[in-house]
Design a protein around this ligand. Structure first.
Ligand SMILES: [Zn+2]
Length: 132
């Protein structure tokens, strides 16, 4: 009888990819989709479990380090892809494609750097399946 009332387990990866709350994995962290440039804010707290996302003012500044790692990985990946696919030595080709690549992915860098900060780098914050 107890097993019938067990909470619904929500896997980590789908919750992280779809910007769900790290504590309950149900509530949305962002109000809108990633390409809504002027309204790309994190909610103050989870609508489902009440978790306050920004623990203190400036908390998400630490996400810049994660975002920096994303950008470096994207630049290296795009440079290698250009070299392999074109074999060109033209620096303008590299510059334009690499900057375009990073610019197009910047909303995802912004959002996933914060999500990784919330999911993996926030001390004491873990998943509670009973809240799902
Ligand atoms: Zn929540």
């Amino acid at each position: 009888m107890e097993a019938n009332r067990s909470p619904r387990y929500i896997p980590l990866l789908p919750a992280l990819i779809s910007y769900k709350c790290p504590k309950c994995r149900v509530g949305k962290v962002y109000e809108h989709g990633p390409y809504r440039f002027f309204d790309n804010k994190i909610r103050k707290q989870c609508a489902h479990c009440g978790l306050v996302y920004e623990k203190e003012p400036g908390y998400f500044y630490a996400a810049m380090y994660v975002g920096y790692a994303f950008v470096v990985a994207e630049l290296i990946t795009s440079a290698v892809a250009i070299a392999v696919l074109t074999g060109s030595n033209n620096p303008w080709l590299y510059l334009v494609i690499m900057l375009s690549f990073v610019t197009i992915l910047s909303p995802f860098n912004y959002r996933y750097s914060r999500m990784l900060l919330l999911y993996f780098l926030t001390p004491g914050l873990r998943y509670h399946p009973e809240l799902s």
